[in-house]
Design a binder for this molecule. Structure first.
Ligand code: ADP
Ligand code: MG
Length: 567
C-alpha cells in the first residue's frame, strides 16, 4: 500500500460510534442489514450511472452482494460490485457525517441506554454499525470506471482515527471485512447469516449470495480431497418488493422494506401499496413512519420518495412528488411516465410530475384517513406529525377539506391538552341553532383554556376549540369552512352565537348596553388612543373586561411570527 495516511474521525462520528457501541448491544444484528443496504444502494447507483455509460460495468453487469465468513479468522466479508468509492469519497463518507442537524441530534443523547438506542435508530446508524460487532473494519474499494491502480483501502478500529491507502484493486465495487469482537463470534456462522439476510434483506432487489461448498464423496462415503466445489447461492428473495402483487407480500416484509427505504429502526404505522395503469402508470408504496426523523424541522432535511423508473433506481429523496406538508411520508415511486435520464432539474419542469404528485397526495391522504379509524394509532401519528399536517390547508387548496377532516384539536369538550377531537366530532356536537365552529388561539393550552373569551360559551355549553400551536393561527387563516360551517375566532369581531341566543336575551343585552352608555364613554376617554372602540359585551360572565380584536386584524400569534421574521 502506498500514500498511506492516518486521519481523525470528525467529532460527531466519534460521539456516534461511542454511543452506538454502547446502546445498541441488544440490537447488534442490525449491522448486517445496514451494510447490505449500503451495498444494494451502491449497486443501484452503478446501474443508474451505467445508463449513460455501459463501460462502467467493466464487463460485469450482474449486480450482486456476496457474504462470506471465516470461522478461523473470525471475519465476515461483504462484497458488492456496485459503484465503489475513490479516495475522496472514502474520506468523506467513512470519516464524517455530512447531515445537517447532527450536532443538535447528538446533544439529545441522555446516556440512558434504551432511550439513546431509539434515538440513534431514528438518526440512522449506517456504515458505522459495523463497529458494534467488529473491533477492526477494513474496506477495500474502487470506483467503477477508474484504473485498477486507483483502489483504496480504509482501516479503523473505530476508536478515533482511520487510515487510508492506495491499493491495486482489480475489481470495482466495495469489500468490507469485519474482524469480529470476541463476544460477536456467533455471527461467523452460515445459518446465522442466512437467517439474518432473510430477515432483513429479503426485499432487496439485488441478489445477496453466500457460498456453498460441496465435496465429492468416494464409494465409501468419504470426502475426496481436492474435490471441493464452491457455488454461490442466492439467499434472499431478490425481487423488488413493490413490484410483487400485494397478496404475496407479508406484513413483516412490508415492515422490513420500510426500514431499508426510510433508514429507520422502528416499524411504520401504516402503508399503502398501489399499482396504477392507464393514463398514468406507476407503482407506489408509501409509508407513515411511527416517529419523526431527527431532521423533520430542518430546512434541508431529507424528504420525498425513492424514485425508480421502470425498476431502475434514479434518486433518493425525490421531493417533487409530495407536498411539503406530507414530508414525513416515506416510500418508493416506480413509474414508466418519466424518462430514465430524468434529473432533479428536469423533474421540476415535467408536467407528468404534477399529475403523479396529485395522485400520490391523494393516496397519502387516503392512507391517513384509513389510519384515523384506529384512534389509538392515529393519536400516535397526530402527536408526532400533526403540526406538519396543519400546514396542509395553507399549502394545498384543492385538498383543504380532506386535510381538515384529518385534523385533531384540543377542545372545551374534554378540556385536556391532548389534541384528539376531530372537526366531524365537533360538528356532531353542535348546539341547535349554532352555525359556526368556534375556536380560541393563545400561547399555551392553559392560556387558551382559561381565556375570558370562553366564559359565555361555557355558560351556554357551546364547544370551543382550544388552539395553542405556533402554526394554529396561520392554519385558521386558511381554513374557512368545514362541512359547510364557517369558523369563528371567539376573540375577534362581533360575537354572533347564531340562533343559540333567544330574542329575550338579545333584547336584554341591548337594554344593558343603553343603560351603560355613560360608563362606556368614560372608559373610552380614559383609554383614548389605546383602543378603537369600547363596547358593552355579553362575552363575559365573571371577568369585568377583555380585549377584542377587530374581525380582520392579525392575531397576536401571527404578529409575533411576523415580528420574529423581521417584518
Ligand atoms: P447512508 O447509507 O444513510 O448514506 P451510511 O453511513 O450507511 O449512510 O453510508 C455512508 C456513505 O458511505 C453512503 O452514503 C455511501 O456514499 C458510502 N458507502 C457506504 N457503503 C458503501 C458501499 N458498499 N459502496 C459504495 N459506497 C458506500
Ligand atoms: Mg446506509
Amino acid at each position: 500500500a502506498t500514500h498511506e495516511e492516518t486521519l481523525g474521525f470528525q467529532t460527531e462520528v466519534k460521539q456516534l460510534l461511542n454511543l452506538m457501541i454502547h446502546s445498541l448491544y441488544s440490537n447488534r444484528e442490525i449491522f448486517l442489514r445496514e451494510l447490505i443496504s449500503n451495498a444494494a444502494d451502491a449497486c443501484d447507483k452503478l446501474r443508474y450511472a451505467a445508463l449513460d455509460n455501459d463501460a462502467l460495468y467493466e464487463g460485469d453487469s450482474e449486480l450482486r452482494v456476496e457474504i462470506e465468513h471465516d470461522q478461523d479468522a473470525n471475519t465476515i466479508t461483504l462484497r458488492d460490485n456496485g459503484i465503489g468509492m475513490n479516495r475522496e469519497d472514502v474520506i468523506a463518507n467513512l470519516g464524517t457525517i455530512a447531515r445537517s442537524g447532527t450536532a443538535e441530534f447528538l446533544k439529545q443523547m441522555s446516556g440512558e441506554q434504551q432511550k439513546d438506542a431509539k434515538l440513534i435508530g431514528q438518526f440512522g446508524v449506517g456504515f458505522y454499525s459495523g463497529f458494534i460487532v467488529a473491533d477492526e473494519v477494513t474496506v477495500r474499494t474502487r470506483k467503477a470506471g477508474t484504473d485498477a491502480s486507483e483502489g483504496v483501502e480504509w482501516r479503523s478500529k473505530g476508536e478515533g482515527e482511520f487510515s487510508v491507502a492506495d491499493i491495486e484493486r482489480e475489481k470495482h465495487g466495495t469489500e468490507i471485512i469485519l474482524h469480529l469482537k470476541d463476544d460477536a463470534k456467533e455471527f461467523a456462522d452460515d445459518y446465522r447469516l442466512q437467517s439474518l439476510v432473510r430477515k432483513y434483506s429479503d426485499h432487496i432487489e439485488v441478489p445477496v449470495r453466500m457460498p456453498k461448498t460441496e465435496t465429492a464423496k468416494d464409494d465409501e462415503g468419504n470426502d475426496i480431497e481436492g474435490s471441493e466445489v464452491t457455488t454461490w447461492e442466492t439467499v434472499n428473495e431478490a425481487t423488488a418488493l413493490w413490484a410483487r402483487p400485494k397478496s404475496e407480500v407479508s406484513d413483516e416484509e412490508y415492515k422490513a422494506f420500510y426500514k431499508h427505504v426510510a433508514h429507520d429502526f422502528s416499524d411504520p404505522l401504516a402503508w399503502s401499496h398501489n399499482k396504477v395503469e392507464g393514463k398514468l402508470e406507476y407503482t407506489s408504496l408509501l409509508y407513515v413512519p411511527g416517529r419523526a426523523p431527527f431532521d423533520m424541522y430542518e430546512r434541508d432535511g431529507a424528504r420525498g420518495v425513492k424514485l425508480y423508473v421502470q425498476r431502475v433506481f434514479i434518486m433518493d429523496d425525490a421531493e417533487q412528488f409530495l407536498p411539503l406538508y406530507l414530508r414525513f411520508i416515506k416510500g418508493v415511486l416506480d413509474t414508466r411516465d418519466l424518462s430514465l435520464n430524468v434529473s432533479r432539474e428536469l423533474l421540476q419542469q415535467d408536467p407528468q410530475v404534477d399529475k403523479i404528485k396529485g395522485a400520490l397526495t391523494k393516496r397519502a391522504l387516503d392512507m391517513l384517513k384509513k389510519l384515523s379509524k384506529d384512534s389509538e394509532q392515529y393519536q400516535t401519528f397526530w402527536n408526532t406529525f400533526g403540526s406538519v399536517l396543519k400546514e396542509g390547508p395553507g399549502e394545498d387548496f384543492a385538498n383543504r377539506e380532506k386535510v381538515a377532516g384529518l385534523l385533531r384539536f384540543a377542545s372545551t369538550h374534554n378540556d385536556t391538552a391532548t389534541q384528539d377531537q376531530s372537526l366531524a366530532d365537533y360538528v356532531e356536537r353542535m348546539k341547535e341553532g349554532q352555525k359556526k365552529i368556534y375556536y380560541v388561539v393563545a400561547d399555551s393550552f392553559n392560556a387558551a383554556k382559561n381565556s375570558p373569551h370562553l366564559e359565555i360559551f361555557r355558560k351556554k355549553g357551546i364547544e370551543v376549540l382550544l388552539l395553542s400551536d405556533r402554526i394554529d393561527e396561520w392554519l385558521m387563516s386558511h381554513l374557512t369552512e368545514f362541512d359547510g360551517k364557517s369558523f369563528a375566532d371567539v376573540a375577534k369581531g362581533e360575537l354572533d352565537l347564531g340562533d343559540v341566543e333567544d330574542e329575550a336575551e338579545k333584547k336584554a343585552q341591548e337594554e344593558t348596553a343603553k343603560a351603560k352608555e355613560d360608563l362606556v364613554k368614560r372608559v373610552k376617554e380614559a383609554l383614548s388612543d389605546g383602543v378603537q372602540e369600547v363596547k358593552v359585551t355579553h362575552r363575559l360572565t365573571d371577568s369585568p373586561a377583555c380585549v377584542v380584536l377587530p374581525e380582520h386584524e392579525m392575531g397576536y400569534q401571527m404578529r409575533r411570527i411576523m415580528e420574529a421574521a423581521g417584518q
